[in-house]
Design a protein around this ligand. Structure first.
Ligand code: PMT
Length: 393
């Protein structure tokens, strides 16, 4: 039996959390409800206790079991946390790591799969802060069950109505189902840019932010995999559940990835590896006064091609192809040149996707099919990519 922590925040739609709890129980889940103080003004904790047969938490000091810490116990024992309805206030708190009541404290102590179903006034929903918080929560891996458009309780019309109970239940059950798909598997990901030093202060690099690799790592963790993330320099927040290996140059990335390839079941080359590095590292700083320098370059090793050669026969290796156009010809060619199972074509001429952006759109090219992902946040594309490339357990 799976344990769902149902977080309920203070919206008029609170009463529908009762149906969500009951539906989840009908689907063989143990449901534990945690209300915000505002939600407890709309619906009594006793109602949820009667419906679920479990204690209901409200205050950060509620301790159903003497001597225990409920926010830690519930976070550890949850297979999924579903926050429905999620108000603007709770979204902004979740996005910023607040821990000022039981629900936010529990959420901060929890690092597993999360489902969030917002409900609020349409203007509050459209507010830049709310949207930024939602994007941040989604980028960290939460599944968002988007609110519907229509008449809302305050008399306005627009997007903000809590999604249908069945959609929230399906999203929660879907997250529970996928959380087992990579149990026992190891996923190796190269991510971010490389930096190839020219002298002690300058280097050759590129625009990769590491967001796509981080999203893949989160999605794989969400599905139960052990994840090794070999990353070039980046400011992107990386998932703490992954084994992180920080590198700088392509050669360091190759060495780090090669030391993990033997145990890997799925290998992704999301890194934007510099194809060239300076033939010589000048110590100190090249001076303008010394005249125009000539920087001779040498070709770097092809990391993903080397990984494909060294990977276990049962492993699947997936390269990316960052191309300045939508044409798939180069991706088809890279499939053969690099000896990989698939290539994810990324059209980086489109400013809304690819390098640095929060969204992406990929076309997966294998020897027998070519399929396109939705245009969506990188975490959604990452789950899509894992679905397309994961071997059945
Ligand atoms: O990091 P973000 O800002 O989120 O951006 C994401 C991304 C655009 C970097 C990512 O989606 C992507 O497309 N990554 C591949 C970038 C790239 O370098 O593509 P490429 O076509 O040059 O290389 C093809 C493949 O070979 C890639 O899997 C690359 O990791 C790999 N490669 C390339 C050269 C090299 N020396 N070694 C390699 O392993």
């Amino acid at each position: 039996m799976k344990t769902v922590v149902l977080g309920v925040s203070g919206s008029v739609a609170c009463y529908r959390a009762c149906d969500i709890a009951r539906e989840l129980m009908r689907n063989d889940c143990r449901v534990r409800v945690c209300l915000t103080h505002a939600a407890s003004k709309f619906v009594s904790p006793s109602l949820f206790e009667a419906l679920t047969g479990q204690p209901c938490l409200v205050s950060a000091f509620d301790e159903p079991e003497q001597g225990r810490m409920a926010h830690i116990d519930w976070a550890r024992e949850a297979d999924v946390v579903t926050v429905a309805p999620a108000t603007a206030n709770i979204l902004n708190k979740l996005a910023n790591g607040y821990a000022d009541d039981m629900l936010t404290t529990l959420a901060l102590a929890y690092d597993g799969p999360t489902v969030v179903a917002p409900a609020m006034n349409p203007t509050m929903f459209g507010n830049e802060t709310t949207q930024a918080s939602l994007r941040a929560i989604e980028a960290r891996g939460a599944s968002i069950v988007w609110p519907q458009s229509g008449d809302v309780a305050c008399g306005e019309n627009g997007q903000g109505k809590l999604a249908a109970v069945q959609d929230i239940v399906d999203a929660t059950l879907g997250v529970l189902a996928r959380s087992k798909t990579l149990v026992g598997k190891t996923v190796l990901i190269t991510s971010g840019p490389t930096q190839e030093p020219i002298d002690d202060v300058r280097f050759l690099s590129n625009r990769s932010s590491g967001k796509m690799g981080a999203a893949l790592a989160r999605a794989a963790l969400d599905r139960g995999a052990s994840v090794v993330l070999v990353t070039g320099p980046t400011n992107t927040v990386l998932p703490s559940g992954a084994t992180l290996v920080w590198v700088r140059t392509a050669r360091e990335m190759l060495a780090a990835a090669m030391s993990h390839v033997g145990n890997s079941d799925l290998i992704f080359g999301a890194a934007a590896v510099s194809d060239f590095s300076p033939a010589m590292l000048v110590s100190g700083k090249i001076r303008k006064a010394d005249g125009l320098p000539t920087v001779a370059l040498v070709v770097n090793p092809d990391i993903i091609a080397e990984l494909a050669k060294a990977a276990p026969a049962s492993a699947r290796v997936i390269a990316f192809a960052a191309e300045p156009n939508p044409d798939l010809e180069v991706a088809r060619r890279k499939l053969e040149e690099k000896g990989v199972y698939a290539v994810a074509h990324n059209d980086v001429s489109d400013a809304g996707i690819g390098f640095e952006s929060d969204d992406n759109e990929l076309t997966l090219v294998t020897r027998d099919r070519e399929v396109r992902s939705p245009r969506a946040p990188k975490i959604v594309c990452a789950h899509w990519l894992l679905e397309q490339t994961t071997l059945p357990n």
